[in-house]
Design a protein around this ligand. Structure first.
Ligand code: SF4
Length: 361
């Protein structure tokens, strides 16, 4: 597999399937997909134990000394921004458990890269938003995605094993007061668990100005947490939402909502909820790898080409001490091996051994 090193501009694929020009020095993988989006895990710790993400006993955490420091995270993101990355999503584990998060957001939000000012967004379980929404907004956090798999307190407690729905709802209120708009609500759709309330979740989100998004389960952790019968395909997800909205859904560009992520957007075509948008992230049944535009870095500085594969490359040793040339060479060497897509199977085969908790989705 040849390493893709750009010496001149060329047309490449970008998220959402658009084709645009990559400038010299920008990151482009062997399938000519430009890297626009970095998902950055800040910690492998979480205060919840979601059933599809990690075992009840939890996972062995990496020693703190192995985690990238705030300074190293800043150096890393500045490098990616210089290579054309436009957006960084902070993830975990649970990113709000990372000490110094607000300072990190302030530092990263100040970065100007090859494509302009970097947009810093975060995915959280919402448990600490009541206290952090204001400081994060003031620090420059541009967007929020909150994970809520049920609006029933008993179910929420069951699937998170430790969470309280009321604290997350209070966190969303605090986010609204802090000025966050268009908060995305991510729900993992699980047949036999919450498939009977997907419509209610969409209506609830729309009423509050949030954007509901539904995610198909994926066979992470070697498929050990994946139950084939629990997969609810995107087509059924849309049917449940359309039923609740009282009108068919039409494919939509998701103007003003669509970020750089893999979600497809659908608009309610008529009726009381006409124009409302819902997102679907369907890795299993509506593969979106052809327009993949992202890389992931774990909290310990391992570069992951793909959520669905275990191949990684170490970046920490190029940050400790900081060696910009070595960092660039490492990133391009790993990227040069990026595969076209995942090999997930609906029976649970084809996934990576890594746990979702280790890479933040
Ligand atoms: S499965 Fe891998 S290649 Fe496909 S969209 Fe996700 S990260 Fe990209």
């Amino acid at each position: 597999m040849t390493l893709v090193q750009l010496s001149r501009t060329r047309p490449v694929a970008a998220g959402s399937g658009a084709v645009h020009v990559a400038a010299a020095g920008e990151l482009v993988d062997p399938q000519a997909r430009r890297v626009q989006y970095l998902r950055l895990s800040l910690t492998d710790r979480c205060n919840y134990r979601c059933t599809y993400c990690m075992p009840e006993a939890g996972v062995e955490h990496r020693p703190r000394a192995e985690l990238l420091t705030l300074e190293e995270l800043g150096l890393l993101v500045r490098a990616f921004a210089a290579w054309g990355v436009e957006r960084v999503r902070l993830t975990g584990g649970e990113p709000t458990m990372r000490q110094g998060l607000v300072d990190l957001v302030a530092d990263l939000s100040d970065i100007r890269g090859a494509r302009g000012r970097l947009r810093v967004v975060m995915t959280t379980n919402g448990s600490r938003l009541r206290e952090l929404a204001g400081p994060l907004r003031a620090a420059g956090l541009a967007g929020l995605t909150v994970s809520i798999d049920s609006l029933r307190a008993d179910r929420f407690a069951a699937i998170t094993r430790r969470g309280e729905l009321s604290e997350v709802l209070a966190g969303l209120d605090a986010a609204a007061v802090a000025g966050f708009v268009g908060v995305k609500i991510n729900t993992v759709a699980v047949r036999g668990f919450n498939d009977d309330e997907l419509g209610a979740l969409a209506l609830w989100a729309w009423e509050r100005g949030h954007v509901p998004r539904f995610i198909e389960v994926m066979p992470m952790s070697g498929g050990r947490l994946f139950v084939p019968g629990e997969l609810l395909p995107a087509s059924e997800i849309r049917a449940r939402v359309a039923e609740a909205a009282g009108a068919p859904l039409l494919a939509d560009a998701g103007e003003g909502v669509r970020g750089l992520g893999p979600a497809s957007y659908w608009r309610v075509s008529a009726g009381p909820h006409a124009g409302r948008l819902v997102g679907v992230i369907a890795a299993m049944t509506e593969n979106f790898c052809a327009s993949c535009n992202r890389l992931r870095v774990s909290a310990t500085g391992q570069l992951h080409n793909c959520l669905a594969r275990d191949d990684t490359g170490d970046l920490r040793s190029a940050l400790r001490p900081h060696d910009p040339g070595l960092l660039a060479a490492r990133v391009r060497a790993v990227l040069g091996h990026k595969q076209a897509g995942h090999e997930f199977h609906r029976d649970g085969r084809g996934g990576p051994n890594k746990a979702m908790i280790s890479i933040g989705g």
